[in-house]
Design a protein around this ligand. Structure first.
Ligand code: TYM
Length: 338
């Protein structure tokens, strides 16, 4: 069976180290072994949280440029904006009609985002996972590489695929596999190791942006929360030390050393010594990405070319899937010429 990846990021603010280590880095390493790879900038999802929707044009450009700067080849993979492919919202409607409310009530991201104010949360936020299922299934993706926090949504997409197949009495959709990295599946906040690094945290010091310059990056690592204990000799010594574990995990991901090797390297040392090595490793890893990102952001024609190429392919695949779906729904077929 041909393999296809679909994954995406919301253009809701500056892209951060969690997005890179939890998602994009994995996309890059999988891309060569998969037949076709599509990476979406999921701008319609960003509309579900009004505070995130103010700068969609700039943020969409930023995410597209970041995909390429992080190593996605825009002439092999397809990079596109969700709103350039109307099939996403159309398929989401058909999925709405087979998705029980009970399934959506279990979604932890909705509970987190809506908070105590559920009655005032918008319908888009509630049905977000159905649109996400459409993003994935519209392309009949076989693999969906995401960070740990999105696993529940990909599992729901599998359930929706099954429900739709049942309804249509036809195996239209294959079940997509979530692919979660073994390491860096959940990068934590630099200010609180029990909270996920996230675009919505009010403190800029909680996360590293891919656009941070060297000084900002060094300052954020200097200010990162740690504990009073020295670095342990073995990985197990990091248990119940969320901040220490997170920083060692980040060091391991950007230096290419295992956590075991990193523990041996820094054993018994205070965090100050480790933090300066971590800063150097981060700068080494992120500086070339930032340089490429900045160049691309200045090249509007190239960014437009990349997302036009992506949307062209995505629209072709979308049309194929939708005509397959509609042919099983008893809808009145469009008269010729319409
Ligand atoms: P989003 O925009 O919140 O995050 C994009 C990707 O980054 C991962 N990620 C993290 N990984 C590790 N540690 C973190 N702290 C961290 N923060 C974010 C996310 O797991 C994700 O892989 N609903 C999705 C976007 C989406 C999507 C899709 C993804 C919409 N349609 C279809 C895949 C396929 C989201 O909000 O991701």
């Amino acid at each position: 069976m041909a393999t296809r990846i679909l994954s995406g990021i919301r253009p809701t603010g500056n892209i951060h180290l969690g997005n890179y280590l939890g998602a994009i880095k994995n996309w890059v390493s999988m891309a060569d072994s998969i037949d076709e790879t599509l990476f979406c900038i999921v701008d319609q999802h960003a509309l579900t949280t009004a505070e995130d929707a103010s700068n969609l044009y700039e943020n969409t450009r930023l995410i597209a440029a970041a995909y390429v700067a992080c190593g996605i080849n825009p002439d092999k993979s397809y990079i596109f904006a969700q709103s350039h492919v109307p099939g996403h919202t159309e398929l989401a409607w058909y999925f709405n009609c087979v998705t029980p409310l009970g399934w959506l009530n279990r979604m932890t991201q909705f509970k987190d985002k809506a908070g105590k104010n559920k009655e005032h949360a918008n319908l888009g936020l509630y049905s977000y996972p159905v649109l996400m299922a459409a993003d994935i299934l519209l392309y009949k993706a076989t693999h969906v590489p995401v960070g740990e926090d999105q696993k529940q949504h990909v599992e729901l997409a599998r359930d929706i695929a099954g429900a739709f197949n049942n309804y249509a009495k036809h195996e239209i959709f294959t079940l997509p596999e979530p692919v979660i990295p073994t390491q860096s599946a959940r990068i934590m906040s630099l200010r609180d190791g029990t909270k996920k690094m996230s675009k919505s945290d009010i403190s800029d010091y909680s996360r590293i942006h891919l656009t941070d310059d060297d000084d900002t990056l060094a300052l954020k690592i200097r200010k990162a929360k740690t504990d009073m204990e020295p670095i342990p000799q073995v990985k197990e010594g990091l248990e119940n030390r969320p901040e220490a574990k997170n920083l060692m995990g980040i060091y391991s991901a950007v230096s290419g050393k295992s956590i075991e090797q990193a523990c041996l390297q820094f054993e018994g040392q205070p965090f100050s010594a480790f933090k300066s090595e971590l800063t150097d490793a981060l700068i080494n890893h992120l500086e070339p990405i930032r340089r490429k990102l900045t160049l691309l952001l200045d090249d509007k024609d190239e960014l437009d070319r990349i997302i036009t190429r992506g949307a062209t392919r995505a629209n072709i695949l979308s049309q194929e899937s939708l005509s397959d779906v509609k042919s099983h729904l008893n809808l009145y077929p469009k008269p010729k010429g319409l």
